[in-house]
Design a protein around this ligand. Structure first.
Ligand code: DC
Length: 225
């Protein structure tokens, strides 16, 4: 079974994707982490973020692996654990730019399909273009969204817990900037797939969203039976 979860950042995709994967015994794939790993390679190699050909070549050559259980997933770039480094603000901003590169996207999408298809019981993939491009025939597609203010509030609190010093206003501005880039890029912009189940998580807590998602999955399963 392939479950696609798309949506803007801060809508709860990662947390819910992990919960769903655990509950259903599926592999969990955070595709944003893969774009972040490419971005880190670009930054480390001191390539300009707009040097498209070099970034594309790096993406093709880089060995990006996600290893472990959903809760303790580690991201490896050429055998080095970069799980912490890809979460910095610098890498997030770089990933947002690198992910507009069509050749990088093609390489990542291929890699994601391979991983999803070879997962024995199936896979929950979380990203921006899973239901629209990577797995247009996914068994179930979710689009999680929330008002920018709700997403910024969550991100701000997560950052504060991790010790990052910023303000709510700064976080909101960053979210708006990245959203804008995600929806306006030419290649695979963030869009709601026609057959996606859309859930606005602004006013819902985690358990409520999870219940709705599980109900959809169980409904689909019994329909298929
Ligand atoms: O979800 P995230 O913040 O870790 O994603 C990092 C960046 O990668 C973000 O700017 C959006 C982009 N991305 C993408 O373009 N396509 C995906 N499938 C996943 C992430």
């Amino acid at each position: 079974m392939i479950i696609a979860i798309d949506g803007p950042s801060g809508a709860g995709k990662s947390t819910l994707g992990k919960l769903l994967a655990k509950e259903l015994g599926l592999l969990y794939l955070d595709t944003g982490a893969m774009y972040r790993a490419v971005a880190l390679a670009v930054v480390r190699n001191k390539l300009g973020l707009t040097d498209e050909d070099s970034a594309a070549e790096l993406a093709r050559k880089a060995r990006i692996e996600l290893i472990g259980e959903p809760d303790s997933l580690k991201v490896f770039l050429n055998d080095e654990d970069v799980s912490a480094e890809i979460r910095t603000l610098e890498v997030a901003q770089a990933a947002s730019i690198v992910s507009t590169n069509s050749a990088v996207r093609r390489t990542m999408a291929e890699h994601q399909r391979q991983i999803g298809e070879s997962a024995p019981k199936g896979c929950v993939l979380e990203g921006r273009d899973i239901g629209s491009v990577v797995f247009p025939k996914a068994d179930i597609k979710f689009f999680l969204t929330a008002k920018p203010e709700a997403r910024a509030r969550r991100r701000f609190e997560e950052d504060r817990a991790k010790g990052r010093i910023s303000t709510y206003e700064q976080t909101l501005a960053e979210i708006n900037e990245r959203d804008q880039r995600d929806v306006s890029r030419e290649d695979s912009p963030l869009t709601i797939a026609e057959d996606a189940v859309v859930i606005d998580t602004s006013e819902l807590d985690l358990a409520e969203v999870f219940e709705q998602m599980i109900a959809v999955v169980r409904g689909e399963k019994s329909e298929a039976a």
